[in-house]
Design a protein around this ligand. Structure first.
Ligand code: DLL
Length: 433
């Protein structure tokens, strides 16, 4: 089943024409409504109207997460605040979150691309969609929610956490589609087993999993343990949230909803556009978004694109499963974490040194984060109570900054290895498994 056959199976020529028209209008909006972009476009001698086709994209300036941070919170919005009906946010590279906004039409666009995503996973109005992505500033919960309502499915907006209750309701309500991070789906599967439940006790038939990298091996495990079809869905807050790209049941790459988000692959070092098939950094230009249109936004996600025909009939370009990132962002329990956020917390505290080590692991399919922090000579004491208070303070500051819990371990001054080159701040044991 295809939600929007007209667009999803469009001839390439017609699609490119549509993209070109939309791009021209979007550049106009950027030029007239966002001083940041007007300046950038003027710097390269572009005026509105100059851009008429997607081929010209390669000559236009990029946008980065830092640009969003520098214009925090609403500086890149292209509409008056009264037009904005929703704000979401994700982690930025320092203390400031990356803030994104939506007009009513943007919410409609988002619902449309999420309706396509869910349909692509085989969902329809008969389904009961169990949304265990977090609701709130994170885009996962509400993104899936609106898409599921659009296709007329029954939504269970349970959000994350409270695994026992999740399992009970999934069973009692007969949920058929599970939406959560892939690692949480495995955690749920284990918990079901522990309670003596089997896949046949549930009515689940498919899952839409994303927000973090996962492998084919994980897919196999999820499909076996839950007895479902596991579909990879991709997105990022800056572009819209989930709903940027999704697999179809053939599971051979994620179809990108190119009528809204034009992808390019660039070499992250030379910034030159790479041809189809080559691995590089994924860049998106949003051509229909109103509140926060972005020109050549650098996602930092590494992948490659293919235009080969897909058996499902969709003509949209496909991206391979994400292969990694070109920056140091970690995704822990679905939450984006930058080591620099931890550094800024420690720098603000007089009792600690900005020497730290992050140890990320996966225990029982749940990510764990342990942070070793060096205590300043002056504050290092033999008195346990004093150190325990300090540990609690760091834990609180880190948790409020990152939005996830961490185990803090205080270590004596100069115990964390100093490296001569780039500091080694992260040990990600998940990759070794
Ligand atoms: O994670 C949006 C989302 C919610 C996508 C639910 C899918 C499902 P952010 O919090 O802004 O948005 O994080 C975006 O997460 O740049 C990728 O690095 C990573 N990511 C998202 N989906 C996938 C995926 C949401 N399917 C960042 N595979 C992106 C690998 C993913 N990485």
């Amino acid at each position: 089943m295809i939600w929007n056959e007209y667009i999803e199976c469009m001839e390439r020529d017609s699609l490119q024409k549509l993209q070109g028209e939309r791009l021209r209008k979007m550049i106009d909006r950027l030029y007239f409504n966002v001083p940041f972009y007007r300046k950038k476009l003027q710097e390269i001698g572009f005026s509105p109207g100059d851009v008429t086709s997607v081929e010209q994209l390669k000559d236009l300036p990029f946008t980065t997460k830092d640009d969003l941070r520098d214009n925090y919170p609403f500086g890149l919005f292209a509409v008056h605040q009264s037009e904005v009906v929703r704000v979401h946010a994700s982690s930025g590279t320092t203390g400031r979150p990356t803030v994104v906004g939506y007009t009513r039409k943007d919410i409609d666009t988002w619902s449309e691309v999420m309706a396509r995503t869910l349909t692509s996973a085989g969902a329809n109005r008969e389904d009961i969609v169990h949304v265990a992505y977090g609701y709130g500033l994170f885009t996962g919960g509400l993104g899936v929610h609106y898409g599921a309502e659009k296709i007329g499915a029954t939504v269970i907006p349970i959000s994350g956490g409270n695994t026992k209750r999740q399992i009970q309701l999934m069973k009692d309500f007969g949920s058929t589609i599970l939406a959560c991070t892939p690692s949480y789906s495995l955690f749920l599967a284990e918990a079901m087993l522990e309670e003596g439940l089997k896949p046949s006790d549930f009515k689940l038939r498919a899952g839409v999993f994303g927000a973090e990298p996962w492998t084919e091996e994980m897919r196999k495990e999820i499909e076996e343990k839950l007895g479902i079809l596991a579909i990879d869905i991709y997105g990022l807050s800056e572009v819209i949230g989930p709903g940027v790209a999704a697999e179809c049941p053939h599971k051979k790459g994620l179809h990108i909803y190119e009528d809204h988000f034009i992808p390019e692959i660039i070499d992250p070092v030379t910034l030159k556009v790479l041809p189809y098939g080559e691995i590089g950094e994924l860049v998106f230009t949003t051509v229909t978004k109103e509140a926060l249109p972005l020109l050549r936004y650098r996602t930092r996600d590494l992948t490659r694109l293919t235009l080969d025909k897909c058996e499902c009939g969709r003509t949209l370009v496909r991206m391979e499963k994400c292969l990694g990132r070109s920056d140091d962002m970690l995704i822990i329990r679905g939450v984006n974490v930058f080591p620099s956020q931890i550094e800024s917390v420690l720098l603000e505290m007089s009792e600690t040194k900005p020497h730290y080590l992050l140890i990320v692991d996966r225990v029982n399919n749940l990510d764990t984060l342990e942070i070793w922090v060096e205590v300043d000579d002056q504050f290092f004491s033999d008195e346990i109570k004093q150190l325990e208070n300090l540990r609690k303070k760091i834990q609180y500051n880190i948790e409020t900054t990152l939005g996830i819990g961490a185990i803090i371990k205080l270590v004596e001054p100069k115990t964390i290895e100093r490296s001569e080159g780039k500091a080694k701040r992260v040990i990600d044991k998940r990759k070794l498994k």
